[in-house]
Design a protein around this ligand. Structure first.
Ligand SMILES: C[S@@+](CC[C@H](N)C(=O)[O-])C[C@H]1O[C@@H](n2cnc3c(N)ncnc32)[C@H](O)[C@@H]1O
Length: 280
């Protein structure tokens, strides 16, 4: 198995998809109720892990200024939990989700059918950089919650600008390196995708105006630290329920990467921002 930094582009997509399908399989086995996969937005130490995760999604929804007539695209939707939340809280015309992890897409689709929401929530397997099936200027709002660091950003910003209508909004909850770590992002392709703020801004400014950019490192760090603890606790609890070797290594890698994010958020070397962009 080549190292992640040396994967070809197609191998990188497969690697990421497999990782999220592994998470999905474990969620299926333990029948996890709320299947968010983000670090959350913490406002009180008493909040449960899932309440923090839900709060991050609600922040993004609020910034998106949603209206009844809107066509919304959600890229990197995980298990779709955030979109079921959206459907409970807001009225909109239709949401189209894109994700590259087949088991997550299957789960979200089956759940939308089961809950009678399949006309409203259309979950598709596809890359955020491609958004297959979407026409030019056909979308009012695009959401990207804790996932854009996986994308080929130049292609993603370009495609998002194509499909959004004029004045349409792209709202991101996004993790990037601070500009001080720009040199790191020039090395391996996966870190290059995380990128750093100035570079990302240069890219999105080709098609978008920046409406707002708010650092939420302080509100995301407690949930990130909790993620490390939850993963390790879960692995110990599930010891005898048989995690496969692959699943075990996927969860451990996630715990390790998240610990790096926790330290980065603490030192300011990693950023977590809520970003609202308006299509020009
Ligand atoms: C950290 S999870 C976030 C999930 C969800 N947004 C949440 O907050 O719970 C990242 C998600 O992005 C998806 N993803 C990664 N690269 C992608 C790409 N190029 N296009 C679409 N989805 C992608 C992964 O499969 C995963 O579901």
């Amino acid at each position: 198995m080549p190292r992640k930094g040396h994967l070809s582009q197609s191998e990188l997509y497969e690697y990421i998809a497999r990782q999220y399908d592994d998470f999905q399989h474990v969620f299926d086995r333990i029948n996890k109720e709320r299947r968010y996969l983000n670090y959350g937005y913490t406002t009180s130490p008493d909040q449960s892990y899932e309440d923090r995760q839900e709060a991050l999604c609600l922040k993004v929804f609020e910034l998106a200024q949603l209206e009844k007539k809107h066509i919304i695209v959600d890229v990197g939707f995980g298990s779709g939990e955030q979109d079921f939340l959206l459907a409970r809280k807001y009225s909109f015309q239709k949401l189209i989700g894109y994700n590259i992890a087949p088991a997550q897409v299957r789960y979200a689709r089956e759940r939308s059918t089961r809950e009678g929401l399949s006309d409203l929530l259309d979950f598709r397997e596809g890359k955020a950089e491609e958004l297959p099936g979407l026409g030019a200027e056909s979308v009012d709002r695009m959401l990207a919650i804790e996932c854009a660091f996986y994308f080929d950003r130049p292609r993603f910003y370009e495609r998002a600008a194509q499909v959004l209508r004029r004045n349409g909004l792209l709202v991101l909850a996004d993790i990037t390196f601070s500009d001080r770590l720009a040199f790191v992002t020039r090395r391996a392709n996966n870190l290059g995708r995380v990128s750093h703020l100035s570079r990302n801004r240069e890219l999105w400014q080709i098609g978008f105006d920046t409406v707002s950019l708010q650092s939420i490192a302080r509100q995301t760090r407690p949930g990130a630290a909790m993620t490390v603890r939850e993963i390790l606790k879960g692995m110990i609890r599930r010891k005898d329920k048989g995690l496969t070797g692959n699943e075990r290594s996927t969860w451990l890698k996630m715990a390790l990467n998240t610990q790096v994010v926790v330290s980065g958020l603490l030192t300011g070397l990693i950023r977590y921002d809520l970003i609202v962009l308006r299509k020009r």
